[in-house]
Design a protein around this ligand. Structure first.
Ligand code: NAP
Length: 242
């Protein structure tokens, strides 16, 4: 699908990659961009095509209200996410995983289920029919310092594949995005080279427009993707050493 003239919902649109996805969609000529945020009153987009939408992906009532208010969504971007540093053997690892899975897995699934009617309808009219899930390179193999986060993102990767299979008969395309480090609040304590959010956002839309099911939107991600295609064990070993 093309971003030009599309009606798009981006979750977690108030900062980071989500905010960049809004800006890139506007620059590419999107017709309407629903900017999902827990506190939409804090959104500061001047463009009249941006529609602030209250959306906490962990709150069933919030998700239902958002779906009722935005029935014309043709492209859903599940971007909202949380990340905590932590070792898999730390005493609080299970609780950390629960907190992160609530957003990164169950939130993603709840929002997707709520918007499937809209996205499916858009697929039949040619107005869209696409879902994009923000995963991570650590969906493919765990990083020791981000172990519970990695587990949540691996689960989100599996959910993405299951959704792709389930929605294919309806003509809905499901894309997984596997970024490396991106220069946002989430990665502020990661001392490594990071991609710019706007470059990642544009690479995501390039991937959607090209029909790429797996999108590696930055240089580090592209390297991991190429390594993954050769065999996952090398990626697992490299990440374990980080
Ligand atoms: N940055 C990276 O290096 C990196 C790398 C790979 C993948 N990713 C993924 O890319 C996505 C965006 O990350 P980011 O770097 O932009 O992170 P970020 O700067 O920390 O922003 C996270 C966004 O998610 C929102 N969010 C968190 N919990 C939410 C909830 N319960 N309901 C609705 N929104 C919620 C936040 O809203 P509030 O402001 O209300 O908290 C914020 O808008 C995430 O899925 C992340 O896992 C990031």
């Amino acid at each position: 699908m093309k971003i030009a003239n599309a009606t798009i919902l981006i979750t977690g649109a108030n900062r980071g990659i989500g905010r960049a996805l809004v800006e890139a969609a506007l620059a590419r000529g999107a017709a309407k961009v629903y900017a999902g945020a827990r506190q939409p009153e804090g959104l500061a987009f001047a463009d009249p095509r941006v529609v602030p939408l209250a959306l906490d992906v962990t709150d069933a009532a919030s998700v239902a209200a958002a779906a009722a208010a935005a029935g014309d969504v043709g492209l859903l971007v599940n971007n909202a996410g949380v990340a905590e540093f932590g070792d898999i053997l730390a005493p609080g690892a299970a609780e950390s995983l629960r907190r992160q899975a609530a957003v990164n897995v169950f939130g993603l699934l709840a929002v997707t289920q709520a918007f499937v009617p809209a996205v499916t309808a858009a697929a039949t009219t040619g107005a869209g029919g696409v879902i994009v899930n923000l995963l991570s390179v650590v969906s493919l193999a765990p990083m020791a310092a981000l172990a519970p986060y990695s587990v949540s993102k691996a689960a989100a990767h599996s959910v993405t594949g299951a959704l792709r299979t389930a929605l294919k008969p309806a003509g809905v395309g499901v894309h997984g995005v596997f970024p490396g480090p991106v220069d946002t609040d989430m990665a502020k304590d990661m001392p490594m080279a990071k991609a710019a959010p706007i470059d990642v956002a544009n690479a995501i839309y390039d991937g959607v427009e090209a029909g790429a099911e797996d999108i590696y939107p930055d240089a580090m991600a592209a390297g991991v993707g190429a390594g993954w295609a050769q065999g996952p064990k090398a990626i697992e070993a490299a990440f374990a050493a980080m």
